[in-house]
Structures are given as C-alpha cells and as structure tokens.
Design a protein around this ligand. Structure first.
Ligand SMILES: *Cc1c(COP(=O)(O)O)cnc(C)c1O
Length: 419
C-alpha cells in the first residue's frame, strides 16, 4: 500500500510529498486499504468456523482506526480502562470487547462491567476476588476466562515474551484447575472460557502449536471438572516481516489453519487477538532529513522524527526499513549511514550503518512498518509535539490526530501559587 508510483512513494493514491507539504513532518500515515486487507486475511481463513477477531487495540488505537475495523466486524481486545473507553467511544458494543491486563484497577473493572464487556481475561487470583466483589456489589455477573501462563517460550524478544513462567502474565498452569474450582463457587463471576497470549512478534508457528495443544488439553480437563468452557481465546502475537522478506514469516492463513487444526474437536467459539499483524504494515512514519553530518568514522543522517515518535528501535533494537520518498535511480550507489533523530540520547537511532542511496537535506524518508506500536507509544520528550496521524483512502486523506502547538504543550503545565 506504500509503494512507488511514477518514481514517488504513495499511500494508496496520495503522494507522500503532498501529505508532508500539508501536514508537515514527522507524521504517521495509514492506509485504509491495508487495514482492510490484513483484517480480511484472518476473516477469510476462519470463515465457516465460530470465531471473533478481537483486534488488539494497544497496537494502534486511533478512533478512526477503531471505527474502520469495527465497520469490518472486528471485536477488540482492550488492556486498560482507557482502551475500553476508546472502543466504546468508537461505537463498539461491549459484547465485542474482551478486557485483558495484568493489573486492572477496581475503577477499571467497575467501568468495564458497566460497559458490558463480553469477557474479562482474569490474570490473577487477586483479580478474580476483586472482580467478584465488585460484580456482587452491583448485582451483576462478570463473564470471565482465566488467562493461563502455559510456560512456553515464544522465541521472541524478551521484552515482548509473555508466556513463560517467569513472565508476570497469567496464572501458572499448575494452578489453573484450582482457580477454576474457586471461580465456580463465586456468585459474581461466570466462567465462559479460557485465555492465553504467549507473546508478540512471533515469526515461527511452532510455539503456537505447542500453546494451542496445551489449551486444548486444558479445555478437556476443565470440562471434565464440570466447567462450561465455551470460548477459547488464543491471544495475538503473530509477527510481521520488518526486513522486506515476506516469505520469512507465517501468514495469517497459515496461522489460522493451525488454529483450526488444533481447535477443531473442541467446539469452542475461537477468539484471536491480532494487533501488529493488522496494523504494522498499514502505516509508515514520514520524516524529513534535517542535517547530513560527516562524523569521524561515519555519516549521520539526522531526521526530524525521533525516538519519542517511534520508540521501537530504541526500546527493542527493532529494525525498520527506511526508504526515500523519491525513488532512487536504478543502480544508484549506496553508502552506509546512521539514521538518527534529534533527541539528546544516543539510543535515538533508527538505523546503524544502513546502506542508503545519496541522502540530502530536505529529502523525505519513509520508515516502513510503523503502523503498530508507533503512534501509541509516542511521547513529547524533549518538548517535541505529539506526532500527528493521517489516514488515507484512495485519493483522499485526513488528519486523524493533530499535532499540538508548542504553546498547547506549555499551557498544560501549572505553576502552583505558592512557588
Ligand atoms: C499485546 C497483546 C496482543 C496483541 O499482540 P500483537 O503482537 O500486536 O498481535 C494480544 N493480546 C494481548 C493480551 C496482548 O497483551
């Protein structure tokens, strides 16, 4: 969806230079068509089974994105009260929202109950007790699944691995049976399913096979204990190819085939929670080169985007392809450069020794694969205004989150009268 047309990179039918001229840089640019086609990959692959695709909204929770996906029939996985509120504000019904998260506050649980979310993914015995108490006090019954930690190594980056015994997520598999027995005795909760989520950016299906088979075994065991396990939530985490080698990562079709194979006999409603796979390649970060600087040993290309706009390289050492908006000549000579932001931290580096064609001041660059965990993680560190977001459909585009002015930022602070 972000490709060269007549020598210039476009988002659908809009040249990125047009967006840069109108909105300024840095800016995130998203493609409606990309969101739609990624969502449809799951839909097509699960057609005919009983399923709900709950988009993990933490990957990209702009209201316009949520409304676009809701219009396609998506459900949503929220991990905070704020995200539940965002989904509700986008017009999503509670029965299409599952609520996950290892530290839900009383207030968040209470509001989510009021919103009528269809499933609380309970991550601890303490949460179970509090949820029960709140529901009872309201004369309500909370639909729950217990999130099990299956102690499986997802083989992904340690900061986004969630299914190992030493991760903070879920209830240890050894305790699951007992926790279900306890939950069954509570008047304020109703057991509806089982939940797991083993990590993010998984590029191998083997850990999934192991996890799904474990889930199947648990469903059979819990049913044997007399619990109604009608819904199986398998979480999200399917990885995307950041390098530009699409064959290196499994497709949604392959992932869903595995889901179907491992869950066919169970007769459960299947919930999956893809985030990154739907939004990652649906957006780019558009940036302009401010300065090209010859260091002692290398060339630094300083761009106007920084770690506060896109944190992934600094936080996870993540790789993003970086391409010029104006296509380089065929056979252009490449030279290695470090592409860095202006923030006062050495970790503010998007790429080290990256082979790039000639890069000049004022030139526009595209940081690919930035639609997930990009804008949502942005901050105003260094008093850099929150990066705006733009959505494109065909030849139309609109700003879906505006860039605040420096005055707006300063005006948010308050000076106490006693100072
Ligand atoms: C983050 C998260 C997801 C989505 O992960 P992706 O890698 O973006 O697909 C799904 N479920 C839960 C509970 C999560 O925390």
């Amino acid at each position: 969806m972000f490709e060269y047309t007549n020598g210039e990179m476009c988002a659908e039918d809009v040249a990125l230079s047009v967006i840069a001229a109108e909105v300024g840089t840095p800016a995130y640019v998203y493609s409606c068509g990309a969101f739609e086609s990624r969502f449809h990959e799951f839909e097509t692959a699960l057609a005919g089974s009983n399923y709900l695709i709950c988009y993990a909204m933490k990957a990209n929770s702009n209201q316009a994105v949520l409304q676009l996906l809701a219009g396609l029939g998506a459900g949503f996985d929220a991990v905070s009260g704020g995200e539940v509120a965002r989904a509700v504000a986008a017009g999503v019904q509670g029965k299409r929202i599952v609520f996950s998260g290892v530290g839900k506050s009383r207030d968040e649980l209470s509001r989510a109950l009021d919103a009528g979310v269809c499933q609380f993914n309970v991550e601890s015995e303490a949460e179970l007790a509090i949820l029960n108490e709140i529901a009872c006090s309201k004369g309500r019954v909370a639909p729950i699944a217990i999130r099990v930690n299956p102690n499986i190594d997802a083989g992904t980056h340690s900061k986004i691995s969630t299914g190992k015994a030493d991760n903070k997520f879920g209830i240890p598999i050894s305790r699951v049976r007992e926790v279900y027995q306890n939950a069954a005795c509570l008047d304020g909760v109703r057991i509806e399913g089982l939940d797991m989520h083993i990590g993010s950016q998984l590029t191998d299906l083997a850990p999934y096979r192991q996890a799904f088979n474990t889930a199947g075994d648990l469903v059979r065991m819990l049913r044997g204990d007399g619990h109604a396990i009608d819904r199986l939530d398998l979480g999200g985490g399917l990885g995307i190819d950041y390098q530009g080698d699409a064959d290196a990562t499994p497709t949604a079709a392959e992932y869903c085939a595995l889901v179907r194979q491992c869950t066919a006999e169970l007769g459960c409603e299947i919930v999956i929670e893809p985030g990154r796979y739907i939004s990652g390649h649906s957006g780019i970060l558009l940036t302009e080169v401010i300065i090209v600087k010859e260091g002692e040993s290398r060339t630094f290309v300083v761009v106007d985007a920084a770690m506060n706009d896109l944190l992934r390289p600094a936080m996870y050492g993540a790789f993003h392809r970086i391409e010029p908006v104006i296509a380089p000549q065929d056979g252009a000579t490449l030279m290695p450069c470090d592409i860095v932001g202006p923030v006062c931290e050495s970790s503010d580096t998007f790429a080290m020794q990256r082979q790039m064609p000639q890069v000049d001041v004022g030139q526009l660059l595209v940081i690919q694969g930035a639609g997930a965990y990009g804008a949502v993680m942005a901050s105003e560190y260094n008093t850099r205004p929150l990066v705006p977001e733009v959505l494109v459909r065909g030849s139309r585009f609109a700003v879906i989150r505006h860039r605040p002015s420096i005055d707006d930022i300063i005006a948010r602070d308050r000076i106490p009268s006693w100072l």
